[in-house]
Design a protein around this ligand. Structure first.
Ligand code: P53
Length: 479
């Protein structure tokens, strides 16, 4: 493998998780039911379902996660041994506001994060926090229709303000909505639910609902940026974009135009949150589709005033697209318009592995938004095998990280991209967001647990643990 490039001093090497995917303790400490708590187990190719309430006889993997809620001191000790400088997780909204519409927060929930952050800080690990990571209170979904309702802005703002005030001395880097743009995959009901708590039926216009929900989220996100800065101007609030660059399959002009529109469509979220306004094309698009969105002048002023301090993003894979015969509008439908890219390999879950795409994406975002970037997720979901002696050899994961980190370093060193840090996803095994499986593993730390939650929960180090430790120690040089 090739030698890496030293990163700038203070670069935040870390690991990333989300509360609902690892904490467990779903009904402890006064926690309310979140959307993730009513999501059943799925599998590769089998969608997760949302049940009306927590029902007997169903399997809900997020109820137990990997039991971090109880095991965090032991886990954070391992993170320290790995050498992490930062730890990205989220605050489960339902620990702080169990139903979401209360006016007073739940002290037991606040205390849990205080203690957990203290445990990190004890080892010099900075918490990096996402406010809303696929875990909104289910009550807000049932009672208010989730983010289809403008009232959500008020509930979210209160949650954000409570968190900023309470943790301002412990957490500097924040993000508002995880992978806010995953909703462009609205023909699939799952992202609409996960991101925005939308439960739609056949008569609703799903795309229009997506634009509306995202708009309220933009306003709430811009509010949060301003609230944070009022509380402490040194707080840094970022967006969080799922970055999968979309390439044209060929150099046919129609394919180029198709890919351009696909990029505009999938990343207008970044335009709004970073530049502070809706891009030009989108007005024409809404007009042509006959969409009439609730967007006030005061919302637009808020969006302008609350642009993000940095762009957090996940990067796992790239996509490719091609134009349909004779099409003129080049409208992008994420369900029908993606094609397989013959030039890249795929993971066992069909994700197209493309390290150069990371460098491309970093350049693309920098040139477009001119903000510091933060890679807050990157990783390889794979089946792991535990050997008889307990060791776990995961050369495929090491290779994936090696190739991506090298491209990331080139983007910084050769292209001048400003990068705050790198937090690989699920550095400790946790429940998969899309499938609910445990066996789709991302970790450098193995957790002995199966898809039904059975196992000793014992933690052990995979080969990638030792490899990443060296990378951090050498600040990116020893890859
Ligand atoms: P899982 C889709 C595409 C790219 C990233 O994903 C995605 C998703 C939604 O599942 O999600 C992010 O667990 C997300 C994490 C998630 C991780 O990627 O489906 O922010 O919560 O676990 C990996 O393999």
């Amino acid at each position: 493998m090739s030698e890496g490039i030293q990163m700038p001093k203070g670069f935040l090497w870390g690991g990333a998780v989300a509360a609902h995917q690892l904490e467990g303790g779903w009904n402890e400490g006064g926690k309310g039911v979140s959307i993730a708590d009513v999501m059943t187990a799925g599998a590769k190719g089998v969608a997760r379902r949302v049940t009306d309430s927590v029902e007997d006889g169903e399997i809900y993997p997020n109820h137990w996660g990997n039991d971090f809620y109880h095991k965090y001191p032991e886990d954070i000790k391992l993170f320290a041994e790995l050498g992490l400088k930062c730890f990205r997780t989220s605050i489960a909204w339902t620990r702080i506001f169990p139903n979401g519409d209360e006016t007073e927060p739940n002290e037991a929930g606040l205390k849990f994060y205080d203690d957990m952050f203290d445990e990190c800080l004890k080892y010099g690990i900075q918490p990096v926090i996402t406010l809303s990571h696929f875990e909104m209170p289910y009550h807000l979904v049932k009672e208010y229709g989730g983010w289809s309702n403008r009232k959500m802005i008020e509930f979210f703002d209160r949650f954000a303000e409570v968190c900023f005030k309470r943790y301002k001395d412990k957490v500097k880097y924040w993000m508002t909505f995880n992978e806010i743009n995953n909703q462009t995959d609205w023909p699939d009901p799952h992202p609409l639910l996960q991101n925005s708590g939308l439960q739609l039926d056949k008569n609703d216009n799903w795309e229009e609902e997506m634009f509306q929900a995202a708009h309220y989220e933009f306003v709430a996100s811009a509010d949060a940026v301003q609230i944070a800065h009022r509380i402490d101007p040194s707080l840094q609030v970022g967006s969080m974009i799922a970055m999968c660059p979309i390439y044209p399959l060929t150099s046919k002009p129609a394919d180029i135009m198709k890919a351009e529109r696909a990029m505009q469509y999938r990343y207008y979220f970044g335009d709004v949150q970073s530049l502070g306004f809706y891009p030009e094309w989108i007005q024409k698009y809404w007009a042509r589709k006959g969409y009439n969105l609730d967007i006030s002048a005061s919302d637009l002023a808020t969006i302008k005033a609350g642009t993000v301090d940095y762009v957090g993003f996940s990067y796992y894979m790239s996509f490719a697209t091609k134009a349909h015969e004779g099409e003129t509008h080049f409208d992008y439908d994420e369900h029908d318009d993606l094609v397989s890219n013959p030039y890249v390999e795929k993971s066992d879950w069909g994700w197209q592995i493309d390290p150069v795409g990371l460098r491309y994406a970093m350049n693309w975002m920098t040139t477009r938004w001119h903000k510091p970037l933060f890679i807050v997720e990157n990783g390889f979901g794979a089946y792991d095998k535990v050997e008889d002696d307990g060791s776990i050899h995961d050369p495929y994961r090491i290779q994936y990280f090696h190739d991506h980190i090298l491209q990331m370093e080139k983007a910084v060193k050769e292209d001048g991209v400003q990068l705050l840090g790198y937090t690989p996803w699920g550095h400790i095994d946790l429940v998969s967001a899309s499938t609910g499986e445990m066996k789709k593993r991302y970790g450098m730390i193995y957790v002995d647990e199966d898809d039904e939650g059975h196992g000793s929960l014992k933690r052990s180090k995979k080969d990638s643990f030792y490899w990443y430790k060296k990378v951090i120690e050498s600040n990116g040089k020893d890859l």
